[in-house]
Design a protein around this ligand. Structure first.
Ligand code: FMN
Length: 329
């Protein structure tokens, strides 16, 4: 149960927490909870499976910290069954990634101008060396950052223009204290990376309309998230439509986020061009973002998840989580 308690602290898309666990004496099973999906924002459940991979990484680290030697099988059988973790006994290992689990948060605040040392980025790129198919592409030079940032802004513009996608994002926004306590999921004002007084004022004001929320998000994407990114990272896999690749890529994503946390770096997830690429596939629209992403990743594979990195100007707040009793079946 300690391992599951760590798993549910993981990064996950829109904080929908689409996970369920079965805990037995010698193993833990990880399942997708299809009732908690993001609709038009994730029509093929790419993000949900990446989120399950993030949870799985925390679970494995916490199992090791508790003296187990976990063995993972991805997508062991039925659809929706993301992983089986056979525990086995080992020696307790409470390394820096494990210790970062309760401290890790998505940071949406501005980052400092300070560049990230090359040695740190190289160490980060090696974090997936033991994984079968996932790797990290980094974009730290001006040209690479500009290309990724411009495409993220363009994708955000398209999402807010797409009524169905805009609506499916807005339903996960929790405004009042009562709403937050009732649902214990979704996005809240405190995690938007705003200065404290601005957050406090935001909480006193009436709920934002969907179009105001969309305008705020686009503005933050343009003026804060992309404008202050010191580098971007992209998880690439051989097949971004394959659930095992997604879950494994999620493990690497979480590992990187924990590593960044341990080393004082902020990390903010930014996946709008993948969201648009999936939408193009769903609707048969012209594959504008799909093509642009293929040009970026080239023969490295297919892009699965993207994030910005930098030294934060302020710490990020914790987002809500449902109880263990809600997710253990
Ligand atoms: C696959 C995936 C996609 C995500 N996409 C975005 C995104 O596009 N924009 C964003 O602000 N956060 C994104 N997030 C971050 C989640 O919103 C965040 O993990 C969740 O709200 C929980 O908050 P925490 O990471 O601070 O615990 C993503 C996370 C995951 C795992």
């Amino acid at each position: 149960m300690a391992a599951v308690a760590a798993a549910i602290l993981a990064a996950n898309p829109r904080n929908v927490q689409a996970w369920q666990f079965e805990v037995a004496e010698d193993r833990i099973e990880v399942f997708l909870d299809p009732a908690r999906e993001e609709g038009a924002l994730d029509p093929f459940h790419r993000e949900l499976y990446v989120g399950l991979g993030c949870a799985l990484e925390n679970l494995v680290l916490a199992a090791r910290a508790n003296g187990y030697a976990p063995k993972v099988t991805l997508m062991p059988g039925d659809p929706g069954h993301a992983a089986t973790v056979v525990l086995g006994s080992g020696t307790p290992d409470k390394g820096e990634l494990y210790q970062a689990i309760p401290l890790r948060r998505t940071n949406r605040a501005p980052f400092q101008k300070r560049p990230i040392p090359d040695a740190l980025l190289t160490e980060m790129a090696g974090l997936g060396d033991d994984l079968e198919s996932s790797s990290l592409m980094l974009f730290a030079d001006d040209a690479g950052r500009k290309k990724v940032g411009t495409l993220l802004i363009a994708a955000t513009e398209e999402i807010v223009k797409d009524e169905e996608q805009s609506k499916d994002g807005y339903v996960w926004f929790r405004k009042s204290k009562r709403e937050i306590e009732q649902h214990r999921d979704g996005n809240i004002i405190d995690t938007q990376g705003l200065a404290r007084p601005i957050s406090a004022i935001g909480k006193m004001l009436p709920r934002q309309s969907r179009s105001t929320a969309d305008r705020f998000w686009l503005r933050q994407t343009r003026n804060v998230h992309t404008a202050t990114a010191a580098a971007y990272g992209m998880i690439v896999v051989p097949d971004a439509a394959d659930n095992a690749c997604r879950v494994e890529g999620g493990r690497l994503l979480q590992r990187i986020h924990l590593f960044a946390t341990a080393r004082g770096l902020g990390l903010g997830h930014l996946n709008m061009f993948f969201v648009r690429s999936d939408r193009e596939r769903q609707t048969g629209a012209e594959p504008r973002f799909t093509k642009a992403l293929a040009e970026i990743t080239g023969d490295r594979g297919e892009g699965l998840a993207c994030f910005r990195l930098g030294y934060p100007t302020r710490p990020a707040a914790a987002s809500p989580r449902r109880d263990l009793t809600d997710v253990v079946r």
